[in-house]
Design a protein around this ligand. Structure first.
Ligand SMILES: [Zn+2]
Ligand SMILES: [Zn+2]
Ligand SMILES: [Zn+2]
Length: 211
């Protein structure tokens, strides 16, 4: 009984709060890749369209590859398959949700699978129709303005990445300024020490494991 209690306490202490995950290094490469071209290595094979992307070979130049390439060179790698909807590249939510933070991106159900678009889609030029549609929807992509079906923030992974980069460059500048100020005076250090001392008093020394 005693042992079990200790085990539970240790598990609780070691569990860290969820931290916002930075986007993986391969995301930009994925969004810049042209898919659905015929594979140069397998020109005569029936399933030679390049609709695969390897998360483990992100740095390699030929980012898109075909079914046969996958079997030869990426057999034990994490590979996602790109699909098409009206000539636009989509990826299934089930294939990326574990490796990518897709929160805020509009998802669609296509062929009974939930998918999201890789990139922003050019919007119809007929200003009247487009404007009418946008006005009819209460939700719009924060980056490109496309009308969304549901209260999401972005139409695609591409638009979300634009937002992420903007915020990062904004916070990066702020952090740089902070560092500079901290280097010049000890004021901020003294200020930071006080709330810490206060907080220590408030923390109970023994957690109530039983009640
Ligand atoms: Zn191939
Ligand atoms: Zn690979
Ligand atoms: Zn968008």
């Amino acid at each position: 009984m005693m042992l079990r209690r200790v085990g539970v306490a240790a598990a609780a202490a070691s569990s860290t709060p969820p931290v916002p995950v930075p986007e993986p290094a391969w995301l930009e490469s994925l969004l810049a890749t042209r898919f659905f071209l015929a594979c140069a290595a397998h020109p005569a094979s029936p399933r030679n369209e390049c609709n695969m992307f390897c998360l483990d070979c992100q740095a390699s130049s030929a980012a898109a590859f075909c079914y046969y390439c996958r079997a030869h060179r990426h057999a034990s790698h994490r590979v996602i398959q790109i699909r098409r909807s009206s000539y636009h590249d989509v990826v299934r939510v089930s294939e990326v949700e574990d490796v990518l933070d897709i929160s805020g991106v509009q998802t669609y159900v296509i062929n009974s699978a939930r998918v999201l678009f890789l990139n922003e889609r050019p919007q119809p030029r007929g200003a009247g129709a487009a404007a009418g549609k946008a006005a009819a929807s209460p939700y719009n992509c924060e980056i490109c303005g496309r009308a969304l079906l549901d209260p999401f923030r972005f139409c695609s992974l591409g638009c979300k990445l634009v937002d992420t980069k903007r915020r990062r460059s904004a916070t990066g500048q702020a952090a740089a300024t902070d560092n500079e100020e901290a280097g010049h005076g000890s004021k901020s250090g003294a200020a930071a020490a006080r709330p810490q001392g206060r907080r220590r008093k408030g923390i109970p020394h023994r957690a109530p494991f039983w009640s």
